[in-house]
Design a protein around this ligand. Structure first.
Ligand SMILES: NC(=O)C[C@H](N)C(=O)O
Length: 365
């Protein structure tokens, strides 16, 4: 198949409204719901040099091309699109998150909008989805979608994923469920869903609390009535233009004790560490972490490097337990809490609310 050679875009290109409903070839159908797509890049916007290339491809498709590849979506919705960025999701940053938040908030306030979609690389999609779940206060659906194969690949998954995302965003059944992640027929909760496999199509398969529903012949089927996760804290980002630096440190055998100091010296205002087991680290790193905490008072959150699991409240520890949150989600939560000016006990409360923690706090000092 002929493949154009796209110019990879390395820098985010913000706020280009590429098309409106009027620009789309088919006339606006007043009986269809309106859905707006916010495109950020990722594999769903990528092309390879052949139809068998599934690694090492380049980002280069804009939102208009992504939509043009799935004309069927115009049978179920009127579509508008914004190109917010066109980057691999490892390059999504606070600027893009804040822009997405304010654009989506404004879009969902419009009476004639049924829901919105974020097209996104899958690598960090769960972070953006979690961020939106915590910061967008609307019953209308926010659907995050991506692809694991580039658009040029044999059996590319992006087109059907997009069709399902649009179906979901336009579905009355999706109301009141917060931000969702959809990929490969599955509908997952942004609060709990995690990327599980670096390469396979079913990467957002999650075994525990994350699964909300499934597409059956492109009809979204939900297992439960609309519900919000226990402990979801809403953060109001009005007027916020930056977010604090929160670092993630990865624990391992013989973990370097200086990592905590380096983070703080580089400007971190909070640290999450991906602990061994249920939030552990080497004794020398532990001594260093506590010294940094005593000196700076910055919040430190223990998560787990294992793919799944739980870090329990440890009464008496200065460290805040992440509960069910993996390191990348704990980082988003800590970032929003620090950005909101929360003190340590409030931050502790925000984490503790999402898991069983008798007494509500863990810190004795
Ligand atoms: N499947 C993907 O979308 C991966 C891609 N590297 C990303 O932007 O996250």
């Amino acid at each position: 198949i002929p493949v154009p050679s796209p110019e990879p875009l390395s820098e985010p290109q913000h706020l280009h409204k590429l098309f409106t409903r009027q620009d789309v070839q088919s006339p606006i159908n007043g009986s269809l719901p309106n859905v707006t797509i916010f495109a950020t890049g990722g594999t769903i916007a990528s092309q390879g040099s052949s139809n068998t290339q599934t690694v090492g491809y380049s980002i280069g498709l804009g939102v208009q091309q992504i939509v043009d590849a799935v004309p069927e979506i115009l049978n179920i919705s009127n579509i508008a699109g914004y190109q917010v960025s066109n980057v691999g999701s490892g390059s999504i940053n606070e600027t893009i998150l804040l822009e997405l938040n304010s654009l989506i908030t404004a879009e969902l306030e419009k009476d004639d909008i049924a829901g919105v979609i974020i097209t996104h690389g899958t690598d960090t999609l769960e972070e953006t989805a979690f961020f939106m779940d915590l910061t967008i206060d609307s019953p209308k659906p926010v659907i995050c979608v991506g692809a694991m194969r580039p658009a040029t690949a044999l059996s590319a998954d992006g087109p059907l994923n997009l069709l399902q995302a649009v179906t979901l965003a336009a579905s009355p059944n999706a109301l009141g469920r917060g931000t969702m992640i959809t990929l490969n027929d599955r509908i997952g909760s942004a609060f709990y869903t995690t990327k599980n496999n670096a390469n396979s199509l079913d990467t957002f398969y999650s075994t525990e609390a994350g699964q909300l529903g499934f597409f059956i012949n492109q009809v979204p089927y939900f297992y439960y009535e609309p519900a919000k996760p226990i402990g979801l804290t809403h953060f109001d980002l009005a007027g916020m233009t930056t977010l604090p630096q929160i670092d993630i440190l990865y624990a391992h055998q013989d973990m370097d004790a200086l990592l905590f100091n380096s983070s703080v010296q580089n400007g971190a205002e909070g640290i999450v560490y991906a602990g061994v087991g249920a939030g552990g680290m080497s004794s020398k790193a532990s001594v260093a972490a506590e010294a940094v905490y005593n000196e700076t008072g910055i919040p430190m959150v223990a998560s787990h490097r294992s793919a799944d699991g739980f870090v329990p409240a440890d009464d008496g520890d200065y460290i805040i337990a992440s509960g069910f949150f993996n390191p990348q989600k704990a980082r988003i939560l800590l970032q929003l809490a620090v950005a909101s000016g929360f003190g340590e006990s409030e931050i502790r409360g925000v984490f503790a609310e999402s898991y069983p923690s008798p007494g509500g706090g863990m810190r004795r000092k």
